[in-house]
Design a protein around this ligand. Structure first.
Ligand code: ANZ
Ligand code: ZN
Length: 871
């Protein structure tokens, strides 16, 4: 990075202004004011130790919104916290033998310094980290209460098991089916885990998506898909041996096309067959080796084995073989299906591999029955029923109802809604998390820790070697007395999913120092969050869990005026990614990424990259502009950026160079451009003329027209900032600065300026400064002071456009001489003939034409269109 020479001493200014904010506690939230509240929140960061450009973008956008609202007179709360539990701390512990608690604290301390350099208007008094016992104790309390209500329950569930390290692996620790550290194939294991009944809230979570008017459509539709509501039926099918197999289907209309049934490997029926059938038993154990993620299951080839069991078709004399198959999920529906290959792709793939019959039963619209046949693609559209006995001729919807009604009459079917959403498994076999407050007693079973004994503290003096759970190895932690009977008992050693902590932190910020409850009535005042800002990658998990928790807390009576608080986030902005060029060497299968700063480019005259070379002159592959990331070695260090250019330049760059929701392309030139603009602004304000001269020629006209221009720009800027087109605010300010510089050239005609002129320019710059203050808070504060203002510009009133100046409209007229175009003029809409003629004469080409002829013989004016001089 090359520094830009200008007079703006950003380092001094930024340090001084930040000190002033700190000393005056400028951004502390006021809890005693009648001003309307505005809760502005950015998704809190994981304290990895290093700030990256994604953070900078997120927090700068949030800060601009918070500062804008503050200037509009809102009582703003912008808090800060750390999402401090999680796996990276444990990995660091394994790799660098440093305790997770110490590693985390050190990172927080470092990142706080880094983030503070960006000058965020944060209420630092509310800061907390989720690994603080004063935080997670309330989570434990809620957990205990929900457990007693049945909203938290225990159930066996499948996990990835590393047989060498004797530890449970998260999905992301499974690489190509093997443990990330051990390198051996992972196994599936069934272990007891705690679940939160989010499915109880599925209906509400789905319905209220429609009320989230301030959310991006994309996020809303992702959540809808994630919830995955399906209407269908449970059908009880009879086996020839008298047993019943319950299946779930969304397509009961296709029942006559059913040619097989299938159950999940974990299904009780499969388990029972396995006891006497070693082949089935072997197949099931092979399936268990498959990783547990849904993605992995979808990717695997469809495989299955005949169990030998037969199901009777409910309507016709036909027996359907029952398979145990790897593509049936135990967790969805009943873990059992009937397969209709003609109309379901998975069923078709499976049927083809097993040579099972394929019977088409739904004829799609506009296709002749004799032309209809199924090849390798299933036909999944609705249509008219064929080959289906009493359903023939009906449409799919009628047929669905008919089948359900007929079977329901004998108690063999029931309409039902299924969600793809599963209950939330919150147990993690990890050390660095919130301990689950349950005790196991041989006599009493699972006993929740009494509220008076909370928190169950996470011990810090542990050894972490990646093998098994460190808590389980700690006698001092596991041994305890049963809270119910007093006998020796053991503590649960699992911790909670870290998504639990991020599901309620926003409410805690409002009651950060409440020491007798999770939240108090201040949360009711501040919630919902007025503006939430964060990455789209949290569209499903975090945002859904947070909505769920909000409803749980509402139903637990934590929000006194319940109806107003159904949703936690009123407006959501998902900022786009930060992109940068990326270059790599191809070493066989691996790409070796070279930092853009070590790359030299050959470009054509338009700047298009023709070739890229590393420092040794070797040719590199160009990956184009892709996400800025450590793994592509194309990151830009925010700290270095602040050191070289200052925080305001960095902020201006990320705000100005793209609308918040779009991706932002990194550009050194763009950054330097922002630095230059701030330098010019600094100089312009410092070079404002003083004096008490006579008014310059045309000064009044220039002032009036500049004033109108400023207010037009301001009106547009206000419109844009309210719809969060934040990038347009700096551009409006840049245009204003140009207008003011042009006006200055007239006002100060070389001999000095008049008092009125000086006053006008000063007012103009004060306007620009206020408009820019939310984006670049340091330089604007310094210039505000320079222009003699006492208070903080952060508390100044946001400028509103003067409506009387906006009422002004213009007309554009083409200027002709003898019918030939010579230029055009813009004059006020209500300008009289004299003014129009005068303005038209001032067009340089006209002046020359007329000068040659003396005067025009005739002037023809067509209002709003043409001025024609006849000479
Ligand atoms: C018969 C049928 C015929 C089906 C047909 C589809 C098309 P969605 O829409 O996602 O809810 N299914 C049910 N339980 C399953 C499980 N545990 N594992 C895998 N597949 C399962 O999907 C519902 C459909 O997915 C159900 O409807 C069932 O197959 C299958 F022409 O039943 B269908
Ligand atoms: Zn007991």
């Amino acid at each position: 990075m090359v520094s830009v020479a200008n007079n703006y001493p950003f380092a001094d200014v930024e340090a001084r202004v930040q000190k002033r904010w700190e000393n005056s506690n400028a951004f502390a939230t006021d809890e005693k004011t009648d001003a309307p509240k505005f809760y502005c929140l950015c998704m809190f960061p994981y304290p990895s130790g290093r700030l990256h450009m994604g953070h900078v973008r997120n927090y700068t956008i949030g800060d601009m919104i918070a500062r804008y609202r503050r200037m509009c007179g809102y009582n703003v709360m912008q808090p800060w916290g750390w999402d401090a539990f999680g796996m990276p701390a444990e990995n660091a512990a394994i790799n660098n033998s440093i305790a997770p608690a110490i590693w985390t604290k050190r990172n927080i301390d470092e990142m706080r310094i880094q983030i503070k350099r960006f000058g965020l208007a944060v209420d630092w008094q509310r800061e907390f980290a989720t690994c603080d016992p004063e935080y997670y104790r309330w989570e434990q309390q809620l957990f205990v209460r929900l457990f007693k209500q049945g909203l938290v329950y225990k159930k066996k569930s499948t996990v990835n098991w590393d047989p060498v390290d004797n530890t449970v692996l998260a999905n992301e620790q499974v690489v190509d089916g093997c443990g990330w550290r051990s390198g051996v194939p992972v196994e599936r294991r069934e272990i007891p885990m705690y679940f939160m009944k989010i499915t109880d809230y599925a209906d509400e979570l789905l319905e209220e998506i429609n009320q989230l008017e301030g959310w991006p459509e994309s996020v809303k539709s992702m959540q809808k898909n994630w919830l995955g509501r399906s209407e269908g039926a449970h059908i009880n099918l009879k086996l020839t041996d008298g047993q019943v197999l319950q299946i779930f289907t969304t397509r009961p209309d296709t029942i006559f096309g059913a040619t097989f049934c299938a159950v999940a490997p974990e299904h009780p029926l499969a388990q029972a067959v396995a006891e006497s059938n070693p082949k089935i038993a072997d197949f099931i154990s092979r399936c268990k080796r498959l990783a547990v993620s849904e993605e992995a299951i979808n990717k695997a080839d469809k495989e299955g084995l005949d169990t030998g069991l037969r199901v009777r078709h409910p309507f016709v004399e036909r027996e359907l073989p029952v398979y145990v198959a790897n593509f049936i999920l135990m967790q969805y529906g009943t873990g059992a299906i009937y397969g209709c290959p003609a109309h379901d792709q998975r069923d078709l793939d499976f049927a083809r591999s097993k040579n099972l019959p394929v019977i088409p039963v739904v004829l799609p619209p506009k296709i002749d029955e004799k032309d209809f046949c199924i090849g390798n693609e299933a036909c999944t559209t609705d249509g008219t029923m064929i080959n289906s006995d009493f359903l023939n001729g009906m449409d799919s919807v009628q047929a669905k109802n008919q089948v359900i009604d007929r079977l329901a009459a004998n108690g063999e079917a029931r309409r039902d809604v299924q969600y793809r959403l599963r209950d939330w498994g919150v147990s993690r076999q990890r050390y660095w998390g919130c301990p689950i407050p349950i005790v196991y007693c041989d006599s009493c079973g699972d006993v929740p820790v009494p509220e008076k004994d909370l928190p169950v503290l996470l011990p810090h003096n542990v050894t972490i070697d990646g093998q098994g759970s460190p808590l389980a190895k700690m006698e001092s932690f596991t041994h305890c007395a049963c809270p119910a009977c007093g006998k020796a008992a053991r503590r649960e050693t699992d911790t909670l999913d870290t998504f639990v902590e991020s599901s309620w932190y926003f409410a805690r910020f409002a009651s950060h120092d409440c020491d007798d409850a999770m939240i108090d009535e201040r949360a009711a005042h501040w919630m919902p969050v007025d503006q939430y800002i964060g990455g789209i990658e949290h569209a499903c998990l975090h945002l859904l869990y947070a909505r769920f928790f909000h409803k749980l807390m509402r139903d637990a009576g934590m929000y006194p005026t319940a109806t107003r608080y159904n949703e936690p986030f009123n407006n959501l902005l998902c900022q786009g990614m930060v992109l940068n060029s990326a270059y790599y060497h191809n070493n066989g299968t691996q790409r070796q990424w070279v930092a853009p700063s070590d790359v030299s480019l050959k470009t054509d005259s338009k700047g298009k990259v023709l070739a890229a070379y590393d420092i040794n002159g070797n040719t590199l592959h160009n990956a184009g502009k892709i996400k800025m990331s450590k793994s592509f070695n194309n990151g830009v260090d925010p700290e270095q950026m602040v050191s070289t250019y200052g925080a305001d330049t960095a902020r201006l760059f990320v705000l100005f160079n793209a609308p918040p929701e779009q991706s932002l392309e990194w550009s050194d030139d763009g950054l330097r451009g922002c630095a230059r603009f701030l330098g010019r602004l600094w100089n312009a304000v410092h070079e404002l003329p003083t004096g008490s001269n006579e008014q310059a020629k045309d000064e009044d006209t220039v002032i009036a027209s500049t004033q109108r221009r400023l207010h037009q720009l301001l009106a547009k800027a206000n419109y844009d900032i309210n719809r969060l087109h934040l990038n347009n605010i700096p551009s409006a300010a840049m245009s204003m600065t140009n207008e003011l510089q042009n006006a200055k050239a007239v006002i100060n005609d070389g001999t000095g300026a008049s008092l009125a002129g000086v006053k006008f320019l000063r007012e103009g710059y004060l306007l620009v400064l206020r408009l820019l203050a939310p984006a670049v808070p340091h330089i604007t504060q310094a210039l505000w002071e320079y222009l003699g203002k006492d208070g903080l510009i952060a508390n100044a009133e946001w400028p509103q456009a003067d409506q009387t100046l906006l009422a002004y409209a213009t007309q554009t007229l083409v200027v002709q001489v003898n019918g030939k175009r010579r230029g055009q003029i813009e004059v006020p809409a209500d300008a009289g003939e004299e003014d129009i003629t005068a303005a038209a004469r001032d067009v340089p080409a006209v002046t020359t034409d007329i000068a040659g002829k003396g005067a025009a013989r005739k002037t023809i004016i067509v209002p709003g269109r043409i001025v024609n001089f006849v000479i």
